[in-house]
Design a protein around this ligand. Structure first.
Ligand SMILES: *Cc1c(COP(=O)(O)O)cnc(C)c1O
Length: 262
Protein backbone atom coordinates (compact mmCIF):
# COMPACT_ATOMS: atom_id res chain seq x y z
CA UNK A 1 0.00 0.00 0.00
CA UNK A 2 3.06 2.27 -0.10
CA UNK A 3 2.56 3.22 -3.71
CA UNK A 4 0.21 2.03 -6.47
CA UNK A 5 3.06 0.82 -8.67
CA UNK A 6 6.28 0.71 -6.67
CA UNK A 7 5.16 -2.07 -4.43
CA UNK A 8 6.01 -3.07 -0.86
CA UNK A 9 9.51 -4.20 -0.13
CA UNK A 10 10.74 -3.17 -3.59
CA UNK A 11 10.01 0.48 -2.80
CA UNK A 12 11.93 0.16 0.45
CA UNK A 13 14.89 -1.56 -1.17
CA UNK A 14 15.06 1.02 -3.95
CA UNK A 15 14.82 4.15 -1.83
CA UNK A 16 18.53 4.72 -1.19
CA UNK A 17 19.61 3.09 -4.44
CA UNK A 18 17.60 5.73 -6.31
CA UNK A 19 18.89 8.51 -4.12
CA UNK A 20 22.44 7.37 -4.82
CA UNK A 21 21.84 7.13 -8.57
CA UNK A 22 20.42 10.67 -8.61
CA UNK A 23 23.27 12.05 -6.52
CA UNK A 24 25.87 10.65 -8.88
CA UNK A 25 23.93 11.90 -11.93
CA UNK A 26 23.49 8.42 -13.35
CA UNK A 27 22.26 8.36 -16.94
CA UNK A 28 19.93 5.53 -16.07
CA UNK A 29 19.36 2.36 -14.10
CA UNK A 30 19.91 -1.18 -15.31
CA UNK A 31 18.73 -4.28 -13.56
CA UNK A 32 17.82 -7.97 -13.94
CA UNK A 33 14.70 -10.06 -13.42
CA UNK A 34 12.32 -12.76 -14.54
CA UNK A 35 9.32 -12.14 -16.77
CA UNK A 36 6.98 -11.42 -13.81
CA UNK A 37 9.56 -9.65 -11.65
CA UNK A 38 8.14 -7.22 -9.10
CA UNK A 39 11.56 -5.60 -8.98
CA UNK A 40 11.71 -4.85 -12.73
CA UNK A 41 8.19 -3.49 -12.51
CA UNK A 42 8.99 -1.26 -9.51
CA UNK A 43 12.25 0.00 -10.99
CA UNK A 44 10.56 0.87 -14.29
CA UNK A 45 7.87 2.83 -12.43
CA UNK A 46 10.44 4.65 -10.29
CA UNK A 47 12.55 5.49 -13.34
CA UNK A 48 9.57 7.01 -15.10
CA UNK A 49 8.72 9.17 -12.07
CA UNK A 50 12.29 10.35 -11.59
CA UNK A 51 12.86 10.81 -15.32
CA UNK A 52 15.72 8.34 -15.23
CA UNK A 53 16.15 5.94 -18.13
CA UNK A 54 15.79 2.26 -17.23
CA UNK A 55 16.92 -0.99 -18.82
CA UNK A 56 15.97 -4.52 -17.83
CA UNK A 57 17.80 -7.74 -18.62
CA UNK A 58 14.99 -10.29 -18.62
CA UNK A 59 15.36 -14.03 -18.27
CA UNK A 60 13.00 -15.47 -20.86
CA UNK A 61 11.56 -15.28 -24.32
CA UNK A 62 10.76 -12.04 -26.09
CA UNK A 63 7.07 -12.95 -26.36
CA UNK A 64 6.69 -12.47 -22.60
CA UNK A 65 6.84 -8.74 -23.38
CA UNK A 66 3.06 -9.01 -23.72
CA UNK A 67 2.53 -10.09 -20.12
CA UNK A 68 1.11 -7.46 -17.72
CA UNK A 69 4.40 -6.97 -15.84
CA UNK A 70 6.57 -6.36 -18.86
CA UNK A 71 4.00 -4.42 -20.86
CA UNK A 72 3.78 -1.96 -17.95
CA UNK A 73 7.58 -1.77 -17.71
CA UNK A 74 7.90 -1.23 -21.43
CA UNK A 75 5.10 1.37 -21.49
CA UNK A 76 6.98 3.24 -18.75
CA UNK A 77 10.02 3.39 -20.98
CA UNK A 78 12.15 0.50 -19.74
CA UNK A 79 14.33 -0.93 -22.51
CA UNK A 80 14.03 -4.71 -22.29
CA UNK A 81 16.69 -7.15 -23.36
CA UNK A 82 15.79 -10.83 -23.34
CA UNK A 83 18.42 -13.44 -22.54
CA UNK A 84 18.35 -17.22 -22.11
CA UNK A 85 19.00 -18.95 -18.82
CA UNK A 86 22.66 -19.49 -19.53
CA UNK A 87 23.29 -15.84 -20.27
CA UNK A 88 21.19 -14.79 -17.29
CA UNK A 89 23.37 -16.86 -14.98
CA UNK A 90 26.27 -14.53 -15.81
CA UNK A 91 24.57 -11.58 -14.12
CA UNK A 92 27.00 -11.55 -11.17
CA UNK A 93 30.17 -12.04 -13.20
CA UNK A 94 32.57 -9.17 -13.69
CA UNK A 95 33.06 -9.81 -17.41
CA UNK A 96 29.35 -9.56 -18.18
CA UNK A 97 28.88 -6.54 -15.92
CA UNK A 98 31.78 -4.80 -17.64
CA UNK A 99 30.23 -5.53 -21.02
CA UNK A 100 26.88 -4.14 -19.83
CA UNK A 101 28.57 -1.02 -18.43
CA UNK A 102 30.12 -0.49 -21.85
CA UNK A 103 26.82 -0.93 -23.66
CA UNK A 104 24.87 1.20 -21.16
CA UNK A 105 27.36 3.95 -20.30
CA UNK A 106 26.62 5.91 -17.14
CA UNK A 107 23.91 3.52 -15.99
CA UNK A 108 23.82 2.50 -12.36
CA UNK A 109 23.60 -1.30 -12.20
CA UNK A 110 21.22 -2.71 -9.57
CA UNK A 111 21.44 -6.43 -8.77
CA UNK A 112 18.49 -8.80 -9.20
CA UNK A 113 15.70 -8.17 -6.73
CA UNK A 114 17.35 -4.87 -5.75
CA UNK A 115 19.25 -6.69 -3.01
CA UNK A 116 22.49 -4.80 -2.45
CA UNK A 117 24.05 -3.03 0.56
CA UNK A 118 22.22 0.21 -0.29
CA UNK A 119 18.90 -1.64 -0.02
CA UNK A 120 19.36 -2.26 3.70
CA UNK A 121 18.75 1.20 5.22
CA UNK A 122 15.43 1.63 3.38
CA UNK A 123 14.19 -1.71 4.65
CA UNK A 124 15.46 -0.97 8.17
CA UNK A 125 13.15 2.06 8.34
CA UNK A 126 10.23 -0.36 8.38
CA UNK A 127 10.78 -1.02 12.09
CA UNK A 128 9.69 2.52 12.90
CA UNK A 129 6.23 1.71 11.56
CA UNK A 130 5.74 -1.49 13.56
CA UNK A 131 4.41 -2.11 17.05
CA UNK A 132 6.61 -4.27 19.30
CA UNK A 133 6.50 -8.00 18.59
CA UNK A 134 8.21 -11.24 19.58
CA UNK A 135 8.68 -12.39 16.02
CA UNK A 136 8.50 -10.84 12.58
CA UNK A 137 7.75 -13.26 9.75
CA UNK A 138 8.40 -12.60 6.08
CA UNK A 139 8.91 -14.27 2.70
CA UNK A 140 12.52 -14.49 1.49
CA UNK A 141 13.92 -14.74 -2.04
CA UNK A 142 17.10 -12.76 -2.75
CA UNK A 143 17.55 -11.97 0.94
CA UNK A 144 17.79 -8.17 0.88
CA UNK A 145 14.62 -7.59 2.85
CA UNK A 146 15.65 -10.00 5.60
CA UNK A 147 19.16 -8.52 5.72
CA UNK A 148 17.75 -4.99 5.99
CA UNK A 149 15.46 -5.97 8.84
CA UNK A 150 18.32 -7.74 10.59
CA UNK A 151 20.47 -4.63 10.36
CA UNK A 152 18.11 -2.80 12.72
CA UNK A 153 16.44 -5.64 14.61
CA UNK A 154 15.16 -4.66 18.06
CA UNK A 155 16.77 -6.88 20.70
CA UNK A 156 13.50 -8.52 21.74
CA UNK A 157 12.25 -9.39 18.26
CA UNK A 158 13.23 -12.54 16.39
CA UNK A 159 12.99 -12.86 12.61
CA UNK A 160 11.77 -15.89 10.71
CA UNK A 161 12.11 -15.87 6.95
CA UNK A 162 10.20 -18.31 4.76
CA UNK A 163 12.23 -19.18 1.68
CA UNK A 164 9.99 -19.13 -1.39
CA UNK A 165 12.64 -20.95 -3.43
CA UNK A 166 14.97 -23.87 -2.87
CA UNK A 167 17.50 -21.96 -0.82
CA UNK A 168 19.04 -24.71 1.23
CA UNK A 169 22.79 -24.37 1.43
CA UNK A 170 23.14 -20.87 0.03
CA UNK A 171 20.37 -18.56 1.16
CA UNK A 172 21.72 -18.00 4.68
CA UNK A 173 25.11 -17.26 3.13
CA UNK A 174 23.53 -14.68 0.80
CA UNK A 175 21.91 -12.95 3.77
CA UNK A 176 25.25 -13.04 5.64
CA UNK A 177 27.00 -11.45 2.68
CA UNK A 178 24.58 -8.53 2.77
CA UNK A 179 24.60 -8.30 6.54
CA UNK A 180 27.56 -10.05 8.18
CA UNK A 181 26.49 -11.77 11.40
CA UNK A 182 27.71 -10.67 14.79
CA UNK A 183 29.18 -13.39 17.01
CA UNK A 184 26.52 -15.66 18.40
CA UNK A 185 23.75 -13.90 16.49
CA UNK A 186 20.82 -16.27 16.74
CA UNK A 187 17.98 -13.80 16.46
CA UNK A 188 16.84 -15.11 13.13
CA UNK A 189 16.02 -18.29 11.33
CA UNK A 190 15.26 -19.40 7.78
CA UNK A 191 12.46 -21.85 7.10
CA UNK A 192 13.57 -23.77 4.05
CA UNK A 193 10.90 -26.44 3.61
CA UNK A 194 7.93 -24.37 2.54
CA UNK A 195 9.00 -23.50 -1.01
CA UNK A 196 6.30 -25.73 -2.46
CA UNK A 197 8.55 -27.17 -5.18
CA UNK A 198 10.57 -24.07 -6.07
CA UNK A 199 10.32 -20.44 -7.08
CA UNK A 200 6.85 -19.54 -8.45
CA UNK A 201 5.81 -23.19 -8.19
CA UNK A 202 2.64 -23.87 -6.25
CA UNK A 203 0.42 -26.93 -6.18
CA UNK A 204 -3.28 -26.64 -7.01
CA UNK A 205 -4.10 -27.53 -3.40
CA UNK A 206 -1.83 -24.80 -2.05
CA UNK A 207 -3.33 -22.28 -4.45
CA UNK A 208 -6.77 -23.09 -3.07
CA UNK A 209 -5.50 -22.89 0.52
CA UNK A 210 -3.95 -19.48 -0.19
CA UNK A 211 -7.16 -18.20 -1.80
CA UNK A 212 -9.10 -19.40 1.25
CA UNK A 213 -6.69 -17.70 3.64
CA UNK A 214 -6.95 -14.53 1.61
CA UNK A 215 -10.74 -14.64 1.81
CA UNK A 216 -10.82 -15.36 5.54
CA UNK A 217 -8.31 -12.65 6.39
CA UNK A 218 -9.61 -10.24 3.75
CA UNK A 219 -6.06 -9.55 2.71
CA UNK A 220 -5.05 -9.94 -0.94
CA UNK A 221 -2.33 -12.56 -1.32
CA UNK A 222 -0.46 -14.02 -4.27
CA UNK A 223 1.03 -17.52 -4.45
CA UNK A 224 4.68 -16.58 -5.16
CA UNK A 225 5.63 -14.70 -1.98
CA UNK A 226 3.10 -13.58 0.62
CA UNK A 227 0.66 -16.47 0.12
CA UNK A 228 3.35 -19.12 0.20
CA UNK A 229 5.01 -17.68 3.30
CA UNK A 230 1.75 -17.15 5.16
CA UNK A 231 0.69 -20.71 4.41
CA UNK A 232 4.05 -21.87 5.78
CA UNK A 233 3.50 -19.80 8.91
CA UNK A 234 0.05 -21.29 9.56
CA UNK A 235 1.41 -24.79 9.01
CA UNK A 236 4.28 -24.15 11.40
CA UNK A 237 1.90 -22.76 14.01
CA UNK A 238 -0.22 -25.91 13.69
CA UNK A 239 2.94 -28.01 14.05
CA UNK A 240 3.87 -26.23 17.30
CA UNK A 241 6.90 -24.35 15.96
CA UNK A 242 5.81 -21.10 17.61
CA UNK A 243 5.55 -20.33 21.30
CA UNK A 244 1.88 -20.05 22.28
CA UNK A 245 0.98 -16.51 23.28
CA UNK A 246 3.83 -14.88 21.39
CA UNK A 247 3.08 -11.79 19.36
CA UNK A 248 3.74 -12.37 15.69
CA UNK A 249 3.80 -9.85 12.89
CA UNK A 250 3.58 -11.11 9.34
CA UNK A 251 5.14 -8.71 6.86
CA UNK A 252 3.11 -8.46 3.66
CA UNK A 253 5.79 -7.55 1.14
CA UNK A 254 3.41 -6.46 -1.63
CA UNK A 255 3.96 -7.76 -5.14
CA UNK A 256 0.34 -8.26 -6.13
CA UNK A 257 1.04 -7.05 -9.67
CA UNK A 258 2.87 -10.29 -10.39
CA UNK A 259 -0.32 -12.28 -9.91
CA UNK A 260 -2.26 -10.58 -12.71
CA UNK A 261 -3.10 -12.98 -15.46
CA UNK A 262 -2.41 -12.03 -19.03
C1 LIG B 1 11.01 -9.62 -4.11
C2 LIG B 1 9.93 -10.00 -3.18
C3 LIG B 1 10.18 -10.70 -1.98
C4 LIG B 1 11.54 -11.19 -1.62
O1 LIG B 1 12.36 -10.20 -1.09
P1 LIG B 1 13.94 -10.43 -1.05
O2 LIG B 1 14.48 -9.17 -0.52
O3 LIG B 1 14.33 -10.68 -2.49
O4 LIG B 1 14.21 -11.61 -0.22
C5 LIG B 1 9.14 -10.96 -1.15
N1 LIG B 1 7.87 -10.57 -1.45
C6 LIG B 1 7.59 -9.91 -2.57
C7 LIG B 1 6.19 -9.54 -2.85
C8 LIG B 1 8.59 -9.60 -3.48
O5 LIG B 1 8.29 -8.95 -4.61
Amino acid sequence: MLHPEISGNKWRKLKYVLRHALSEDARGLLTFGGAYSNHLHALAAAGRQLELATAGIVRGEADSINNPTLSDASAWGMALEFVDRRQYRLRHTQAYLTQLAYRYPGYHIVPEGGSCPLALPGVAELWQELPPSDELILPVASGGTLAGLLSARPAGTRLRGYAVLKGKGWLAETVHQLYPPADGDSGWQLRLDHHGGGYAKCSAADRIAIAQLSGELRVPLEPVYSGKALLGLFRDIAAGCYTPGSRLIFLHTGGLQGARSG
